[in-house]
Design a protein around this ligand. Structure first.
Ligand code: ADP
Ligand code: ZN
Length: 791
């Protein structure tokens, strides 16, 4: 028998499967989906069995055998293999990169270079041992000096450098003991040891030594029993549970209101249907969408099936996890980027082994290895985090649709501000739309007012806080209520400028100005992380009249503290970089009743605090100016989301938008919570400019350090496209990308807009192959983004 294996070779990205022989004794063991070790060239590498056949395409005598399997059970289900193939084709990418996205990182092979003794040369052996190694050393860990000691022996061939594979974190174990049940053990008068032995005897499973020590039995006592041959030691797996020690009190289901009940009925009655249905649950902020999800999942569990709940980024909304744990307890597995690789692997196995039936997680948890899925829910479906920025550039909704068809289960897209694409599909009847038009309970949406900042400046207030906002914050402080402020710009000042010559310090690697960060007194590039010290002298004219312009969160925090003399919690990439900081800061804000929470857009989602009665948006326009055709849509979504944080409980809320464009429709319609009008206006613009959802898009980004090569490749790709597309399609560009250089790479882009191009997939595949065979070697990179979210 032969296995078709996809191999994990970092340097050789091929979409090809290789045939291997399954050795006689392994024929009952190796299954489709297994991780295996196979010989490849001179190395042994990791691969995945995609198929098993009686015949091979090659001369069977020359086919090498599989070395061994890496797991007892296959890690990939048949469904995942089908999905991997589908995604690799759809997004023009490599099977292997999709497979390794589907699986938890802990299962990925890790490659490292080592220098190894390959002869019995005495001097080479001595050179190694003089550095403290016996037979091999990892290249990466050697200093330049140590390398120079080894280099002559590498040249002579006594030492060789090889790439070897190692496994990532695996199961975590702790020492356990179990009784050997020796009849009539002789423990004399050691009473405590008798007691300990009885304790171990009574347990049907191995007892962890660390648990015993907590119960007062020392390691010495355990060892005494071991030496007497009464017990034996064994490694016991212990689960890494990021939520261990936390108590979640049961939260009972609420009585649904009429609209919620209607949504629930429609969704649950589609569960028995022959074909899967996709629902758009369009509900204003606080309308009780989450309660609907929870009860739908309850129903799914009662039917003995499983459920997948996707959220944009759990680390940002710890409250969501709490609500799920409070309803479903240990049946919930949580998967997100802030977990360690080991924790993720353990949560993933909880799902795979059927110990959890609900998963709550970010984008990649759409691959949760459940059998029999009964519902898939995507909360805040419009969020861009559902699309991966690197290869494979897949969108979670695409995978969710595929799985829902396969499991014949409903897919629910929930949001207050649907993406235009999704809403348009609901208009056409492709998705069934369910509306929640009122806030749950007796609450109402907050009143929103617009503050015209140009007017504010004319009347003499140049502060970033308008008089109206100032008074509103002051009022909340006096009443003991809380304020949430959004400023979508981190750092202290936006940039530094020389008042004599106008020079602005730029990042040497990227075409972008550096942002001033006061806390470490540095200028920082937000794209590549480049950092430089602040100089009070202009690099260009040596003048000393340098100043800072623009205001970031760091500076506003300072302004607020001065203005109100109160505490402020600031949340942005700088204050939340460390693991667990989101939750810590939010808890601090809630429990210690800090008057003001200031943050970038990470505070716009999911927060639900009873005392928040005021939301202020300091710069409602920043997103309008982005070079992206979705800028208006993003502005509308963000303003609606952040407004939704106010007045969610007994106290009613108020919202202020500060803007220089008070009459812009994205701002004006967000103010009136008028999604429908926004949709119609924006669709008219999209139709005219021939953008999505009227056209599909593919974005090609070509980048290289060498601008000449980059331009050549770009014009070649443009030529290929222009020659192959039908007359109806539009090719925009080539043009420099909005930021022309990032990380020293020059960047050009071509945008393809099309309605129907039957041969498109073949053309894209051919371009990608050409890239792998030719451009990649020349240091040119090509990114093909199918259905891009940012253009
Ligand atoms: P959304 O997900 O649409 O923003 P939530 O599900 O978070 O809304 O609901 C908002 C608030 O209303 C929550 O505090 C929730 O507990 C409460 N709520 C939801 N449904 C009901 C209901 N049927 N009766 C009473 N309160 C409800
Ligand atoms: Zn940079």
């Amino acid at each position: 028998m032969f296995a078709s294996v996809i191999v994990d070779v970092p340097s050789k990205s091929v979409n090809q499967v290789f045939d291997y022989r399954i050795p006689e004794g392994m024929q009952d063991i190796v299954k489709v989906g297994h991780r295996v070790l196979v010989p490849f060239g001179r190395r042994t590498i990791q691969g995945y069995v995609m198929d098993i056949n009686d015949t091979a395409d090659f001369d069977p005598a020359r086919i090498k055998p599989i070395a061994r399997t890496l797991d007892i059970e296959p890690v990939l289900t048949e469904e995942m293999i089908v999905i991997a193939k589908y995604l690799a084709e759809y997004y023009v990418d490599q099977y292997i990169s999709v497979i390794e996205t589907i699986l938890p990182a802990a299962l990925k092979a890790n490659y490292k270079k080592i220098i190894r003794l390959v002869s019995d040369d005495r001097e080479a052996a001595q050179a190694l041992s003089s550095l403290g190694f016996s037979k091999e050393a990892e290249t990466r860990r050697l200093t330049a000096e140590q390398l120079s000691v080894l280099r002559p022996h590498l040249k002579s061939g006594a030492l060789a450098e090889e790439t070897v594979m190692s496994q990532h974190t695996r199961k975590k174990t702790a020492l356990g003991v179990y009784s050997l049940k020796v009849p009539e053990p002789n423990l004399g008068r050691a009473k405590k040891q008798v007691e300990l032995l009885e304790r171990i005897d009574m347990s049907s499973e191995p007892v962890l030594v660390r648990d015993l020590s907590e119960e007062g039995y020392s390691n010495a006592m355990v060892n005494a029993l071991y030496k007497k041959g009464l017990i034996d030691k064994v490694d016991v797996e212990v689960e890494r549970d990021p939520y261990s020690g936390r108590v979640f009190e049961y939260d009972r289901p609420k009585v649904l209101n009429e609209e919620q009940q209607h949504a629930y009925d429609e969704i649950t009655s589609s569960m028995d249907a022959e074909t899967a249905e996709t629902f758009l649950l369009h509900g204003i902020t606080g309308s009780g969408k989450t309660e609907v999800y929870l009860q739908v999942i309850q129903k799914v569990l009662e039917e003995g099936r499983t459920a997948i709940m996707l959220v944009p980024e759990i680390a940002l909304t710890p409250q969501m996890v709490n609500r799920f744990k409070m309803r479903f307890g240990d049946d919930v597995a949580v998967l997100h980027s802030a977990l360690s690789a080991g924790e993720k692997y353990d949560e993933w196995r909880k799902i795979k082994e059927g110990r959890a039936r609900v998963s709550v997680g970010a984008r990649s948890s759409v691959f949760a290895p459940f059998e029999d899925v009964g519902a898939i829910i995507i909360d805040e479906e419009h969020e861009t985090t559902y699309k991966q920025g690197d290869r494979p550039m897949y969108h979670a909704a695409e995978v969710a649709k595929f799985r829902s068809r396969r499991h014949r289960c409903p897919l629910i897209l929930g949001t207050a501000t649907p993406s235009l694409e999704t809403y348009a599909r609901s208009e056409k009847g492709v998705y069934r739309r369910l509306e929640l038009t009122e806030r749950a309970g007796t609450k109402v949406l907050p009143e929103v007012q617009i503050v015209d900042m140009s007017e504010e400046h004319r009347t003499g207030n140049t502060s970033i806080i308008s008089t109206q906002l100032h008074d509103a914050i002051q009022d909340r402080i006096e009443k003991g209520e809380q304020t949430v402020l959004l400023l979508n710009r981190r750092g202290y000042s936006n940039f530094q400028i020389c008042q004599s010559c106008g020079h602005v310090p730029m990042c040497p690697n990227c075409d972008i100005s550096l942002t001033y960060h006061k806390s470490n007194n540095s200028l920082l590039c937000h794209y590549c992380g480049y950092e430089s010290a602040v100089s009070r002298q202009c690099d260009n004219c040596a003048g000393t009249d340098v100043t800072f312009r623009g205001t970031g969160t760091e500076k506003v925090e300072e302004i607020l503290r001065d203005m109100f003399g109160t505490d402020v919690v600031r949340m942005d990439n700088d204050t939340t970089r460390r693991k667990g900081m989101h939750e810590k800061l939010l808890n601090h804000f809630e429990r210690d009743e800090i008057p003001i929470l200031l943050g970038t857009q990470m505070i716009a989602k999911g927060l639900d605090y009873p005392k928040v009665t005021l939301v202020g948006v300091l710069n409602a326009d920043t997103m309008l100016n982005l070079p992206d055709f979705r800028a208006n849509e993003k502005t509308f979504q963000l303003l609606t989301q952040v407004s939704g944080r106010a007045g969610r409980h007994e106290l009613s809320g108020e919202v202020l938008f500060q803007t220089y464009n008070p009459s812009h429709y994205a701002i004006e319609l967000a103010r009136h919570n008028d999604y429908r009008s926004f949709y119609e206006k924006e669709m008219a613009f999209r139709r005219m400019a021939r953008y999505s959802p009227f056209y599909f898009h593919v974005l090609f980004t070509i980048s290289s350090e060498d601008v000449r090569k980059c331009l050549d490749a770009t014009s070649h790709i443009h030529g290929t496209l222009a020659g192959a597309m039908s007359g109806q399609s539009i090719i925009v560009g080539p043009s420099p990308s909005p930021i022309e250089r990032i990380n020293r790479q020059h960047r050009f882009q071509i945008l393809l807009k099309y309605k129907r191009e039957p041969a498109l997939l073949d053309i894209l595949t051919a371009l990608d192959e050409e890239y792998h065979e030719k451009y990649k070697k020349e240091g040119i990179s090509l990114k093909i983004d199918v259905n891009p979210l940012v253009i």
